[in-house]
Design a protein around this ligand. Structure first.
Ligand code: TTP
Ligand code: MG
Length: 361
């Protein structure tokens, strides 16, 4: 039998997303919180606290509590919940353990946030074998890290991500190529990653409620409303996404350092040097079209004592102002008045958007 030119077997993409990640880590570390409403976020201060919920356990979600909700509102909804301040160091540590498990499986791997990653599991051959591997991954993460996750398997990244969110917590959703339209059609448009309040409202105004409505909508009509984003939006609704699972081009971090001609305690000189470093790392970041999540400042004092401090942000950023804010904050926290020999600045947690998503989101 001859093979039709142009026919290639579908890719098999897996997306993994940890369930209520920060809360899950806390519940694992403190078994007495198991099965309780657990809320990680700002201090509720008896209902008068400012700040927001980072995340909460599924038991707390039953009370209507959600990420980004004011903590005072969460307190009103469930005053008896366990309220915990975030411990980023611990969450990053567990995240690294999980990512190591996923990375070491030998598939193409891409971490996308503290608790999410894509794997291109096409080499397993078919969707049934992929499902079996996925069950093993869930088991491995549960045994080694004590937390549950939800997985989605589909022929494209965008559908795999929607699928991992489809059944949470502890879900596994497989969408084979022929089932993509039927899977997506009934879901609300909001399920498309990157569609926020504003786009959702604009779509509703056009009478588009479901992904199926969007897929069936005339592209010309979308172009009038959404301009260049229209095509990406429409393709997303059709589950089309040709972007590959890829780490950020192998660049793991961007760092710059300056050694002072003479050890210095002159705050003006130190701040000006930091400004120069900010400009340098920013230019490298922009040149590579990368986003970062973590900023690290490193100070080597006279006598070769080195101090390092890092700040990890929730989302990816690519602007100089965010680098500047973090860098000066870390410098203030780290600087103890001694003379400095060398100053360094590093960006890590790098991520590269694919151009298609960049247009849309
Ligand atoms: P998510 O994966 O969006 O949420 P989650 O893991 O808590 O819950 P789900 O089961 O729905 O996946 O985010 C991962 C972590 O990022 C989350 O545990 C806490 C943090 N986070 C915030 O701090 N603020 C936010 O608004 C969101 C959405 C997440
Ligand atoms: Mg999650």
């Amino acid at each position: 039998m001859t093979y039709d030119a142009g026919i290639t077997s579908p890719r098999i993409i897996l997306h993994a997303d940890m369930d209520c990640f920060y809360a899950a880590v806390e519940m694992h570390d403190h078994p007495q919180y198991a099965a309780k409403p657990v809320i990680v976020g700002a201090d509720p201060q008896g209902g008068t606290g400012r700040g927001v919920v980072s995340t909460c356990s599924y038991e707390a979600r039953a009370f209507g509590i959600r990420s980004a909700m004011p903590i005072s509102q969460a307190y009103r909804l469930c005053p008896d919940a366990v309220f915990i301040r975030p411990d980023m160091t611990r969450y990053v540590q567990v995240s690294e353990e999980i990512m190591e498990i996923l990375r070491s499986l030998g598939f193409r791997f891409q971490q996308v946030s503290i608790d999410e990653a894509f794997l291109d599991v096409s080499p397993v051959g078919n969707f049934i074998a992929a499902q079996k591997r996925a069950e093993e991954m869930k088991h491995e993460i549960r045994i080694q890290c004590g937390i549950s996750c939800s997985l989605g398997i589909a022929p494209t990244k965008i559908v795999a991500k929607i699928a991992s969110d489809f059944h949470k917590p502890d879900g596994l959703t497989v969408v084979e190529p022929g089932d993509v339209p039927a899977f997506l059609a009934p879901l609300p448009v909001r399920r498309i990653p990157g569609i926020g309040n504003k786009t959702e409202m604009e779509l509703h105004a056009l009478g588009i409620q479901t992904i199926g409505n969007l897929a069936a909508y005339d592209v010309q009509g979308l172009l009038a409303r959404f301009g260049r984003s229209a095509v990406a939006l429409h393709e997303a609704a059709l589950g089309i996404d040709e972007s590959e699972v890829a780490e950020s081009d192998g660049i793991k971090s961007i760092s710059k350092e300056t050694t002072f001609g003479q050890d210095t305690g002159d705050s003006g000189e130190i701040v000006a040097t930091m400004e120069a470093l900010i400009g340098e790392v920013y230019r490298s970041l922009a040149a590579e079209n990368l986003y970062f999540k973590t900023v690290t400042v490193r100070i080597r004092y006279e006598g070769f004592v080195t101090k390092t401090k890092a700040k990890s942000l929730l989302h990816n950023h690519n602007d100089e102002a965010t680098i500047r804010g973090c860098a000066h904050e870390l410098l203030r926290e780290l600087y103890d008045g001694r003379k400095i020999r060398r100053l360094g600045l590093r960006l890590s947690g790098l991520w590269k958007p694919d151009t298609r998503q960049q247009v849309l989101f």
